[in-house]
Design a protein around this ligand. Structure first.
Ligand SMILES: [Zn+2]
Length: 327
């Protein structure tokens, strides 16, 4: 596809930490349709910066799973493109350069707290966020303190200062949203004590570098958005549109786990399930149709409004799982 004249872009950003499942399939299908139906580019970016959690073979498996489902992309680790590399693990210079810019503005400080320190000191976790509120223990430090800490052999992360205040945006699915990130997580890590970049900074740097104009992702990431907006503002980068869609839950209403093999795309493809059957169930669950129709993602391009979705999480049903066992 000639992408030169297309200005907008969406992205598929899997983490290779445990295999994609039906929940990922639904979010990626929606994100793909949202971009393609506007004639936008689609970028595949693999979020593999958390080296300790990346599993061998999972990058290839994620690419295979998405292709099996019938999705395609204009740029990605398998086909290259103008913003290569598309693996976050291969882009450390970009993240370090952004971190240096934050340091030069004294917007970050070295933090020596461990995860357990923070869990112990923090008050009860915020109701809507599993992450404890950072209590500000190291906030008095300046960037220059980092050299003393390093000389003492102390490990430290870089934490971004979050001042109190609501961050508002108009979500593409949920409408106007407003969150005070100083009350949800508080000061957050942008550079890890291992020297690796942290998720929030890498995502912002990459989305800007890759020209992403609309971020479509699961609503478990809503609390990340105000932090990312703060980073866009600090780095003076254009802020993309954000769209957070409801997740898929199991029979009991719990978030799907990457450990549940039954719902993994790799298990379904290995069992010779027709991927058009998966897309048919996803389309039903998204409310784009009342009929079960074997279909490819392309079949929905001009036949649905991808963001016209139920507002509640989509619950998997025993009937659907039984059906997907049939090859
Ligand atoms: Zn600290």
């Amino acid at each position: 596809m000639d992408t030169q004249h297309l200005s907008g872009a969406g992205r598929l950003a899997p983490s290779p930490t445990g295999g994609l499942h039906l929940g990922h399939a639904r979010t990626f299908l929606i994100a793909w349709l949202a971009a393609r139906s506007q004639g936008d580019r689609v970028v595949l970016r693999v979020e593999d910066i958390d080296a300790g959690r990346v599993q061998v073979g999972m990058i290839e498996e994620a690419i295979f799973d998405l292709q099996w489902l019938g999705l395609d992309w204009d740029e990605g680790p398998d086909i290259g493109g103008p913003h290569a590399p598309y693996l976050q693990s291969r882009r450390p210079e970009l993240y370090n350069e952004a971190l240096d810019r934050l340091k030069s503005q004294e917007l970050v400080y070295p933090c020596t707290c461990t995860r357990s320190d923070i869990a112990r000191m923090a008050s009860a976790p915020h109701l809507t966020d599993a992450e404890p509120l950072y209590p500000g223990t190291c906030r008095h430090r300046s960037v220059a303190d980092a050299s003393h800490l390093a000389a003492e052999g102390q490990l430290f992360a870089w934490r971004f200062r979050v001042n109190p205040g609501q961050i508002s945006w108009v979500d593409g699915f949920q409408g106007p949203l407003s969150i005070d990130p100083s009350q949800v997580g508080g000061d957050f890590v942008v550079g890890r004590s291992t020297g690796e970049p942290a998720y929030q900074l890498a995502v912002v740097v990459d989305d800007e570098d890759m020209g992403i104009t609309e971020v479509v992702r699961g609503d478990d990431l809503v609390s990340s958005t105000p932090r990312q907006i703060l980073l866009y503002q600090a780095l003076e980068l254009p802020i993309p549109a954000f769209t957070h869609v409801p997740l898929v839950v199991d029979f009991e209403g719990n978030k799907l786990s990457k450990r549940n093999r039954a719902i993994k795309l790799s298990s379904l493809s290995a069992a010779d399930v027709d991927p058009r059957r998966v897309v048919a169930w996803l389309a039903l669950g998204c409310g784009w149709t009342n009929e079960f129709t074997l279909s490819d993602p392309c079949d929905w391009l001009n036949n649905c409004r991808p963001l016209d979705l139920p507002t509640t999480p989509w619950k998997l049903t025993p009937q659907m799982l039984r059906d997907l066992r049939v090859s």
